[in-house]
Design a protein around this ligand. Structure first.
Ligand SMILES: [Zn+2]
Length: 322
């Protein structure tokens, strides 16, 4: 009790402050999401995400190599195909955009921990994450397509597959397909807890993946629900997930913490496009100091329990912290 207990004793200089700091941002815990596109020949800026680019396959290897030299340890690939159809066939095409990008990155930056997002929304002409039956997304018919895509990426040499579609049973479908072809050591990072969030807005431009009708609320989670997240996590663990992801990050720190506490495996968080764009826009308007805001947001996500973080700020952080 005051005056015996003075909290400011451990805040009086940088040395004592860092001595007692409870957590910190580790640069080897950051994963950069990267968009590769078959529609462009040169890196193409994403209007809603200043500083983020779509990359042509021919240039993504070189970008990965430069990023590795700056200290980046992990990347998550998203693809924008030349052709879209109702079944999202390009997702699993062995010569498709992501499969070629995997080979390109592994060629130029072989030590980069390379992850591939597994979903159909970038590849379907209707923009939904699964196959349609009328205006419904058909859960069970989608599973084999997701499994095929994961297998194609494993065949191309990816290190981790990351199903993000939110179909029920997809982790088991992906695991079974991988094991069936001998990819017993390829981990599945499941987007176990993915909310139907307005914070994905800028991603739709980045990945050309806006749904042509309706929205994703029949498969992604209701932002109001935290207990449901625990059941999602439990199911994905029982289906064989090796790591879980919570998405978005900053507006869902309570869910991240609860998931981390219940899950006996690594839990990552995805600081999504809208979280990135908010900070960028406010910084560009002069309302926020960008570097400090970014570091604070990543510290908060780490403090809430994230074992690793997917963030579009990964390279900026390497420059600020590394
Ligand atoms: Zn999707």
């Amino acid at each position: 009790m005051f005056p015996e207990r003075r909290m400011r004793r451990l805040r009086q200089n940088p040395a004592v402050r860092s001595l007692v700091q409870e957590c910190s941002i580790a640069v080897d815990k950051l994963v950069l999401p990267v968009f590769v596109s078959d529609l462009i020949e040169a890196p193409s800026p994403i209007r809603a995400m200043p500083g983020v680019f779509q990359w042509p396959v021919a240039r993504v290897g070189e970008f990965a190599k430069e990023s590795w030299q700056k200290g980046l340890k992990g990347m998550m690939l998203f693809g924008i195909p030349r052709l879209k159809d109702s079944k999202g066939s390009e997702a699993s095409n062995p010569d498709g955009v992501v499969s070629r990008a995997i080979k390109e990155v592994k060629d130029k930056a072989p030590q980069m921990l390379l992850m591939a997002d597994v979903c159909l929304c970038e590849y379907t002409d209707h923009g939904h994450c699964g196959l349609l039956n009328g205006y419904e997304v058909d859960n069970d018919a989608t599973l084999p397509e997701l499994a095929k895509a994961a297998l194609a990426y494993a065949n191309a040499g990816v290190d981790v597959v990351a199903p993000s579609d939110m179909m029920d049973g997809r982790v088991e479908a992906v695991r079974t397909a991988l094991d069936g072809e001998g990819f017993i050591h390829t981990p599945v990072l499941s987007y176990a807890v993915k909310f139907a969030s307005a914070f994905y807005g800028p991603f739709r431009e980045a990945a050309n993946s806006a749904p042509q009708f309706g929205d994703r609320r029949s498969y992604q989670m209701n932002p109001a629900n935290a207990k449901e997240a625990l059941l999602e996590a439990e199911l994905d663990i029982s289906e064989g997930a090796d790591m879980l992801l919570v998405k978005p990050a900053l507006p869902y720190l309570d869910v991240l913490r609860a998931t981390k506490e219940m899950a006996p495996l690594p839990v990552g968080a995805y600081q999504v496009s809208g979280e990135y764009s908010m900070i960028k826009a406010a910084a560009q308007a002069g309302y926020l100091e960008e570097a400090r805001t970014v570091l604070e947001s990543l510290l908060a996500i780490t403090r809430a329990g994230a074992d690793f973080i997917l963030t579009y700020f990964a390279l900026d952080v390497l420059e600020d912290v590394g």
